[in-house]
Ligand binder design. Structure first.
Ligand code: NA7
Length: 542
């Protein structure tokens, strides 16, 4: 028997290791590298883009306008890039991020097809050691988690799903170019993803069955090509536009109505909702100032959307199933989609309301419902959502001081952070636009830029003052977690029985805590700036 000497592991040493090459990771790399830091990025995908690389299902589109869902930090970049539609399709965003990667020569510092499986804090050396699933090792002073809020799919929990032998497509990793034309297809899930993929597939498949558990409020997108001169007008005052975005809690300027529902009569109420509905998009949420604060105001908007569903959908039994009930509009992430309700008038589209007729089980060829009816499909599309915020952290074996596991820390107490930037016991691990910050409740790109700029300021300050370690203080973290909860409790966001991923309610057994900071990017920016100005209050440095 011969003993083989194990090959020595190559250790990639760097100062800053960034996990993720989406909007956050690319900006971190560019910014920190240009400030003289040694930065390296690892990315699971073979390409940049993060969320916008993976979610390439038919119909995938962002609900923030193109000209706002883009970087503001380079005037030449924003002047030279030409968006073509009001709201960007997934492919357009991906093309933009690829352009950014090439234009700023970012690829040379990114390892693609590289998934971190663990990261361990070495207390004696003050370094993170991160290992990939194929045994490569990185060592870095700082570990920046730019891994996205919605990057780890929820495990499939459909009864008998492993019996099904037909084609299965996952919206979060859609096979390039597959449109399922002419097939008999079922879609499971009616969140933002389902509401986009359903109308897109309905146009090409022979037959589409939608399995709906909880209906959502679906606002029309009203996407359209940008008109002549429209982009030029934005470019002529881009800096001001970006400023307005940064100064709106949603990270994107919205022409919000200052009136409350109680201030107007029935006629103005209806006219206001109608106008915003016709205008389309997230602007609808700015119909009245108190929509997310007063139950009675929210009841009014719910009633309006119900009336729209009844008006659009021909079959009133289907319309009734599509009407969300039992939770305020907004408690589950509002959905923006094109021709969603109209799609249910198509002869090739059928709704199965599994709350009315439960799904007994998947079979080898399709499904069997509790009432004994069966249906067969060529393909099943899963649009069943994500283990939001924490899922991408806890699936990694992250170990901080005293070898404490992050999955254990967050699994028992819920995900708590100091100012959404770090978590106690995990020194030098900085979190980007995720739990405890406005993240998903704002224009993600604005939220990301805010974080990247704060991190750049932090690392410069650490270098100047000779610090090598920063850690969240436990007490400050508890206070911030309480603030996040209190702010959410002032709104209707956490209310009702919506099963929202905002508070982990879509994952069985996950501790329920409202995870994003609901006061928005302006107040949040003040809070993180105040900490920095006070010597990084709420953090310990050494
Ligand atoms: P969501 O919003 O979490 O939606 C997932 C959908 O899948 C939702 O309708 C779920 O119903 C449904 N689902 C999940 N599991 C099941 C089972 N077991 N049976 C029936 N239906 C199920 O994820 P999306 O991908 O649509 O959107 C995520 C975010 O990405 C989006 O908000 C944007 O910010 C971008 P449920 O509501 O749990 O009853």
């Amino acid at each position: 028997m011969t003993t083989q000497t194990p090959k020595p592991t190559t250790i990639h040493e760097t100062e800053v290791l960034v996990a993720g090459a989406g909007f956050s990771g690319l900006y971190l790399l560019h910014r920190l590298r240009s400030e003289g830091h040694r930065v390296h990025v690892v990315e699971s995908a073979p390409e940049v883009g993060g969320t916008w690389y993976w979610n390439r299902y038919p119909g995938a589109r962002c609900d923030v306008e193109s000209v706002d869902y883009s970087y503001s930090w380079d005037e030449d970049l924003q002047q030279e890039w030409d968006w073509t539609e009001k709201y960007p399709a997934q492919g357009d965003i991906l093309a933009y991020l690829k352009h950014v990667a090439d234009r700023f020569d970012l690829r040379k510092d990114i390892d693609f097809n590289t998934t971190l499986s663990s990261a361990t804090w070495d207390e004696s050396q003050g370094l993170w050691t991160a290992e990939t699933d194929d045994g490569r090792v990185y060592r870095a002073r700082y570990l920046l988690m730019a891994i996205g809020c919605l990057s780890t799919p929820k495990e499939v929990d459909l009864p008998g799903f492993d019996r099904y032998t037909g084609e299965v497509l996952r919206t979060w990793n859609w096979p390039e170019g597959e449109d399922l034309a002419g097939k008999n297809v079922a879609v499971v899930g009616t969140g933002s993803t389902g509401a986009q993929v359903i109308p897109a597939l309905a146009e090409t498949v022979a037959d589409l069955t939608v399995l709906q558990r909880t209906p959502n409020f679906v606002i029309p997108t009203r996407n359209r090509p940008l008109q002549d001169g429209e982009l030029e007008a934005v470019k002529a005052e881009y800096a001001d536009r970006r400023d307005r975005n940064r100064n709106h809690p949603a990270g994107v300027f919205r022409d919000d109505n200052e009136k409350n529902v109680a201030d107007v009569d029935a006629e103005e109420l209806r006219a206001t909702f109608e106008e915003r509905w016709e205008g389309g998009g997230i602007n609808f949420l700015g119909s009245f100032a108190d929509l997310m604060f007063e139950q009675s105001a929210n009841d009014a908007v719910v009633e309006f959307v119900h009336s729209k569903i009844a008006e659009i959908v021909d079959d009133q039994e289907v319309a009734d199933s599509l009407k969300p009930e039992g939770y305020p509009l907004g408690a589950k992430r509002p959905v923006v989609a094109t021709d969603y309700y109209e799609t249910f008038n198509r002869p090739n589209v059928h709704l199965i309301d599994v709350k009315k007729t439960p799904l007994a089980s998947f079979t080898e060829t399709g499904i069997e419902l509790a009432d004994g009816t069966t249906e067969d499909f060529d393909a099943v599309v899963l649009a069943t959502g994500f283990d939001a915020f924490t899922g991408s952290f806890t699936k990694m074996d992250i170990r901080g001081t005293g070898n404490r596991s992050l999955a254990e820390a967050w699994g028992t107490e819920g995900a708590k952070t100091q100012l959404g930037l770090a978590t106690a016991g995990f020194p030098n691990m900085i979190i980007v636009a995720n739990v405890g910050s406005p993240s998903v409740l704002a224009n993600m790109v604005t939220a990301i830029e805010q974080h990247v700029e704060w991190i750049s300021q932090l690392l410069a300050d650490m270098r100047e003052n000779g610090y090598t370690m920063i850690e969240a203080e436990k007490d400050a973290q508890e206070k911030w977690a309480a603030t996040v909860e209190e702010v959410a409790a002032m709104t209707l966001w956490p209310n009702g029985d919506s099963g929202s991923w905002y508070r982990g309610a879509n994952i069985e057994g996950k501790p329920q805590l409202f995870m994003p900071y609901a006061a928005g990017v302006v107040e949040y920016g003040d809070a993180i700036e105040k900490s920095a100005a006070n010597g990084y209050a709420g953090f310990v440095r050494s």
